[in-house]
Design a protein around this ligand. Structure first.
Ligand code: SF4
Length: 314
């Protein structure tokens, strides 16, 4: 069964956090961050939308002309009675071209002016000053989740700003009084080596960024093929060697395309416990993502990492 669809507003899927008590917004199709491991570009609803719109995934295009888009957003919030809104499932809201031309700012301001109660932004991008002004004004409505990890020798996010820029943006959001969380996602143990974590955590702490969640890379055949184009043979073999490719599972009950492979249980547990040790020692407030990492697998759950119940992320 596949209940997935691509609309401007879509209800959260059963099986994700809050069990459908939130909505997503997809104001455009595509994302210029062009991550090699992106799951969104391979979803059939995204592919159909791209073919309908006539743009490549890495060259995002609006679903409607901007004025009409903003009008549809105002109407859609009211008609769908949207209270909690996530930005976004199939794109990054701060995709560079739309930050630069003011589209992200215009959409965010429009959303903030509606009765929506909570706007949850998860991004590998960086807002500009205009967006920060809007975030400052509506700080009580916004959660800012900065997806970032320590620099490694691998560049899997071709079009996204680097770690330093993303930490700066997160620190600025935090300084504005916005609930800010670092989301280490997707962790890839052979690239995100544990030895690199202590200086990274020290830097976050220095910047006041002590809320953190983490989750691991998941793979399917199309994602493997994309990542393969970016890594050399040895690196790819190492990465795949950490996965259990003989067992996949469906992560969202009603979405057939969420059947994915995970990092093998022993490695995932060992790596998570080490992270848990470091984060506890440094006094972080942290969780492991329960959906992507350990739901229903009590024996592989790291003993020292609390699992996110949805509210941490909000
Ligand atoms: S930022 Fe997210 S949506 Fe954009 S390419 Fe990367 S994984 Fe895909």
């Amino acid at each position: 069964m596949n209940t997935d669809s691509f609309n401007l507003f879509e209800k959260g899927s059963l099986g994700t956090c809050w069990y459908g008590k939130y909505h997503y917004i997809e104001p455009w199709a595509g994302c210029a961050h062009d991550c090699a491991y992106c799951y969104a570009r391979h979803r059939s609803v995204v592919a159909s939308k791209l073919s309908e719109n006539g743009n490549a995934f890495e060259n995002p295009a609006l679903l409607f002309p901007i004025d009409l888009l903003l009008e549809k957003i105002r109407d859609g919030i009211r008609e769908n009675n949207v209270k909690i809104l996530k930005l976004s499932r199939y794109t990054d809201f701060f995709t560079p071209s739309f930050v630069k031309d003011g589209t992200s700012a215009a959409v965010l301001e429009t959303l903030c002016e509606t009765p929506v109660e909570r706007i949850i932004i998860t991004t590998k991008g960086a807002p500009d000053d205009k967006i920060f002004d809007i975030m400052r004004k509506y700080r009580h409505k916004i959660s800012y989740n900065a997806a970032l990890k320590p620099e490694s020798g691998y560049k899997l996010e071709k079009g996204a700003p680097g770690t330093v820029t993303r930490i700066d943006a997160a620190a600025k959001a935090h300084a504005l009084g916005i609930k800010t969380t670092i989301h280490m996602d997707p962790l890839i143990p052979c690239m995100d080596i544990l030895e690199n974590m202590p200086p990274f955590f020290a830097e976050l702490k220095k910047r006041g960024l002590t809320r953190l969640m983490f989750s691991f890379l998941l793979l399917n055949e199309p994602i493997i093929a994309s990542v393969q184009k970016t890594l050399d043979k040895a690196a790819m073999e190492k990465l795949l060697g950490d996965f259990n490719l003989s067992a996949s599972r469906k992560f969202l009950p009603k979405q057939d395309e969420t059947v994915l492979y995970s990092i093998n249980d022993v490695l995932r547990k060992r790596y998570s416990e080490k992270l848990g040790e470091m984060l506890s020692m440094e006094g972080f407030d942290f969780v492991i993502c329960s959906l992507k990492s350990n739901r229903g697998e009590a024996d592989t759950r790291p003993s020292n990492c609390p699992a996110c119940d949805g509210t941490f992320y909000a």
